[in-house]
Every structure is written in C-alpha cells, then in structure tokens.
Design a protein around this ligand. Structure first.
Ligand code: NI
Length: 155
C-alpha cells in the first residue's frame, strides 16, 4: 500500500466526471488499498478516487461505526429521506467547512471490492458521506452547495 497525493480545489481534475469501473482488476484493488491508507492518514471519513487523480467511480468510506467501513464501486443513490443541515468538509478543500443541506437517510446501491452488488442505508454522517462522495464522481464539490461557511474552522 502507498499514500497517494490528495488533489486540492484548484486542480481541474476534481471537476471531471469519473468513469464506471468495467473490471475490478489488480489495479483497482491497489487503488482501494491506497485510498483507505490515504484517507486514514489525512483523517477523513470518505475519499473518492478522483481526489487521488483517478477518474474511476470508486469511493471508500469509514465513519468508524460498526458496518460503516465501505467500498463503493459504480454507486448510485436509490432512495433518500428527510433532511440534515450540518457542517461538512473535504480533504480536497483543507481548512474550509460549511453547512450543506443533505438527506438524513440515504440508500445506495454499489459493488463492493469483490464485485458483489449490495444496498446500504445510512443515516446522519454516513448519509452525508454517501452524498458528498458520490457528488465527487460528477465533479461536484461541497462548496457548490454550501449555504454558510464556518470560517477558519477545520474539519
Ligand atoms: Ni470531498
């Protein structure tokens, strides 16, 4: 495993759309391992492959709650309920946090690292992470949706 360089806000790759993964090969497995290592090193809850410069629909999430260490390949949101309005940040936008309106409960369908399709429902932080990371796959950053910044507060 290896740490990868996290791309930051001014890097135009963050605005590009990620492509679907056709085959979960050795390179994708290494990418997943490296993404977890990079995310833990940076103290994040989620990371999308585009943030390490790879335009593939791969996301890792770990909220540190039971059952919430997840790999999402080619994910889609299939249901949302409710609303939350809490601060969030992004490893690609260090030092900024802001309030974004997100659903309180989100159900996704994705493949795990073995290619098995699963569905998972998350609330609170996990629901927020699903939305935030899946936005990355479309080149969308939380700063596009923020309603109010928490200035000079780090997340
Ligand atoms: Ni982010």
């Amino acid at each position: 495993m290896a740490l990868r360089n996290i791309r930051t806000e001014e890097d135009p790759i963050l605005r590009k759309k990620s492509r679907q993964v056709e085959e979960i090969d050795r390179r994708v497995q290494t990418l997943i391992d490296d993404m977890f290592e990079t995310m833990y090193d940076a103290g994040g809850v989620g990371l999308a492959a585009v943030q390490v410069g790879v335009l593939k629909q791969v996301i890792v999430i770990d909220t540190e709650q039971p059952g919430e260490k997840l790999v999402l390949i080619n994910p889609e949101i299939i249901d949302t309920q409710g609303e939350q309005f809490t601060p969030e940040g992004c490893l690609s936008i260090p030092g900024k946090a802001g309030y974004v309106r997100r659903p309180e409960t989100v159900t996704v369908r994705a493949m795990d690292r073995n290619g098995t399709v699963y569905e998972k429902t998350g609330t609170g932080l996990l629901a927020k992470a699903f939305c935030h990371e899946i936005d990355h796959l479309s080149g969308v950053l939380f700063t596009d949706k923020v309603e109010r910044y928490e200035e000079e507060e780090e997340v």
